[in-house]
Design a protein around this ligand. Structure first.
Ligand code: FAD
Length: 317
């Protein structure tokens, strides 16, 4: 692999709707898939040298990309290596950041290794998971991460401890950086322990069944808002009577009100309008400010404020 080969793989004006779980998102000026962590390093290094704004996407499962799209370069991370080191009762796995969380969970279960089974139904990659401290069923990335290899922009790659990553509920030190300055997650090492494969399969089947009955199928971005302390965003949105509300091609799910579904060629603005309505209504009725879990990316121009959306809704009524 050399720079000329990489250059030949760059796509121009590539619709990001092809690279997000919501099937929403305008074009990236330039887009390239990194097939290994070496390629990821090379591409980011080169873009930084050229002062080209550049960001990495994994599964696009936690972002809402604007209809105008993203200026500069988007790198889709497809690095895939997984290396297991199994001892008597414990094990470690070193994975590239482009490995899907579901593939990692499945592989660990098949080898009778416990620790990642919570991720069995979580879309997206290890890289996105580390940035947002993904989690489910009482566990998260922080639960058993040993170390992460990180590329700070303009520096050599280095290993960060969980302490340096300062994990919080659906956040980390990495998430606090602006998108174009955010250090890149190259790989991660997780601590695992030996367990009975049948037990692990039973647990993961239970997790999958729970997810299937509580979350909507179709094109979504997962939970739109973080749960406020001591409550649930979905409960608050439902209590405002917004379940099933539709604007354009986007709908607040009837199955789970914290999931916003692209039901019919929704635009990013359709989703953002629903976000504004939900935030404004929940604030009006409960005094709670819902904070986005999903990250807004790209060029939004003049996005509407929550109060604008609420006034418009009242005018329509
Ligand atoms: C149906 C559905 C169910 C979901 N359920 C859950 C759940 O149970 N629990 C949960 O926590 N989440 C859930 N999510 C959200 C999503 O799965 C997680 O947030 C996941 O970790 C996102 O990973 P990603 O690779 O898709 O990140 P992306 O959406 O691609 O990126 C998210 C952010 O991370 C950055 N990023 C991505 N990769 C890297 C990297 N290698 N280095 C630096 N920055 C990077 C991006 O630039 C972006 O800022 C769900 C989503 C869907 C669609």
């Amino acid at each position: 692999m050399n720079l000329a080969e990489l250059q030949a793989r760059i796509k121009r004006n590539e619709p990001l709707a092809r690279h997000t779980t919501s099937r929403i998102g305008g074009p990236a000026d330039l887009l390239i898939e990194a097939r290994s962590s070496d390629e990821l390093l090379l591409i980011i290094g080169r873009a930084d040298e050229m002062n080209l704004p550049c960001l990495v996407l994994g599964g696009g499962a936690n972002v809402l990309v604007s209809d105008k799209g993203i200026r500069g370069m988007v790198v889709i991370n497809r690095s895939k290596e997984m290396k297991f080191n199994v001892r008597d009762t414990t094990a470690r796995v070193e994975v590239d950041s482009g490995v899907s969380l579901i593939a990692l969970a499945r592989d660990c279960i098949e080898r009778g290794l416990a620790g990642m089974e919570w991720a069995i139904g979580v879309p997206g990659t290890v890289g996105g998971g580390v940035v947002g401290n993904a989690g489910a069923h009482g566990a998260d990335i922080a639960s058993n991460l040993y170390m992460t290899r990180v590329l700070r922009r303009g520096y050599a790659a280095e290993w960060w401890t969980p302490r340096q990553l300062a994990f919080e509920y659906r956040s980390s030190a990495l998430k606090k950086y602006s998108i174009h300055e955010r250090p890149i997650v190259l790989s991660a090492i997780f601590d695992l322990r030996r367990d009975n494969r049948t037990n692990l399969e039973r647990r993961s089947n239970e997790f999958n069944t729970k997810r299937k009955t509580s979350q909507p199928p179709g094109a979504t971005i997962g939970s739109m808002f973080k749960n406020p302390k001591g409550d649930y965003a979905g409960r608050l949105i439902e209590a405002c009577g917004l379940k099933g509300m539709r604007l354009g091609g986007a709908k607040i799910s009837e199955v789970h009100a914290n999931f916003f579904v692209n039901v019919d060629h929704a635009s990013a603005s359709d989703i953002l309008n629903l976000v504004n309505v939900a935030q404004a209504e929940v604030f009006k009725q409960f005094g709670v400010e819902l904070e986005l879990e999903v990250e807004l990316l790209g060029d939004w121009g003049q996005a509407k404020s929550s109060s604008d959306a609420l006034f418009e809704l009242e005018d329509e009524e």
